[in-house]
Design a protein around this ligand. Sequence first.
Ligand code: 5AD
Ligand code: SF4
Length: 369
Amino acid sequence: MGTVDQHILQSIRAKAARREGIDREEAVWFLTQDDTATIDELADTANAMRARLLGKQACIHGIIEMSNICRRNCLYCGLRSSNAALPRYRLEEQQIIDLAVSAVKKLGYKMLVLQSGEDLHFTTEQMIRIVQTINKTSGALVFLSVGERDRIFYQKMWIAGARGVLFRFETTDPKIYEEMRPTADYADRMEHLKFLKEAGYIMATGPLIGLPGQTMETLADDLLLIRDSGAFMVSMGPLIAHPDTPLAGAPAVSSTLVRKMIVAARLVMPRARIPITTAMEYLWGDDFRRLALRSGANSFMLNLTPAEVRDSYDVYPNKNKLAEHLHTPTAFSQVNGIIEECGMKLCLGFGADLALSSEEFAIGCSMPQ
Ligand code: 5AD
Ligand code: SF4
């Protein structure tokens, strides 16, 4: 290791000791490391920082995929509008409400993500009814993951009781963004992040790792954007090539790179919630779950979409065929087992107090049990 490397490594260690986030140059440096000992050392540092600042809890969040219909045509995604091979579905309003309420009352979930493609069939009024009813009957902390809707929509959804958004920006590189999302506009995406934060939402955001043209600099910029957007939670995952998309031949993303992104995210944002997302579990299973949890990650997502339609939520091939991330008693205890193996305890989040700020949410979830 040269003197420059030694200097950067020392600086990262010192910042971690002061519980301070690392900067762009340090993040780029770390992402380009391929020396296992260095990666392992800083993964341990990230893990220790998570333990010191956020305690032993790892949360499980539930996700309900309401519709796989999407008006966009992103080059990487199986839900893209040009994919005629995909059977489309849309859950009924009452079905969504019942699923959410029983997830809270029967299964103990506190935070639920309502996700869909950009399906404008769900009107503002309908989404208001869904969120309001879920909120009144279950008290769940509802996160929306429905893509780009206008500011008024999101303001109304806030009033209806939605408190979080899962809204990936996919990449900070405007050229890659516009190439990958032909009908979307980079400036609009950034504008959404801004007004979602201003509206008071707890935000989860981040990139897709493995887009063509992405570099370690782009990925470091992605982490800085998560930090600077005021997000509380990271949402990122590896690209998985889908045969019915233009990116069918995209090269596989390495698990080491994704692990390094988790470590770097923790080093950049010491207090963020960092979930192990489904694409990671899909590719690398329980071994990666353990590794990620010991490298700074601290939450999981389990899928609550009903069996009849879940195979069609085909963002990447066979996404929902993996039993481990579906909510079944076995999968749930499996995740719980991994959490305990890693010296942590299950935290299902906590009751959705509508007056809660992002900061309180973060603190509340990191209270020692
Ligand atoms: N592989 C992995 N993740 C994908 N997404 C879309 N397509 C893929 C894919 N092929 C992610 C995007 C999007 C979310 C719905 O799923 O990041 O935001
Ligand atoms: Fe639609 Fe999102 Fe897939 Fe793009 S990534 S096609 S917006 S579901």
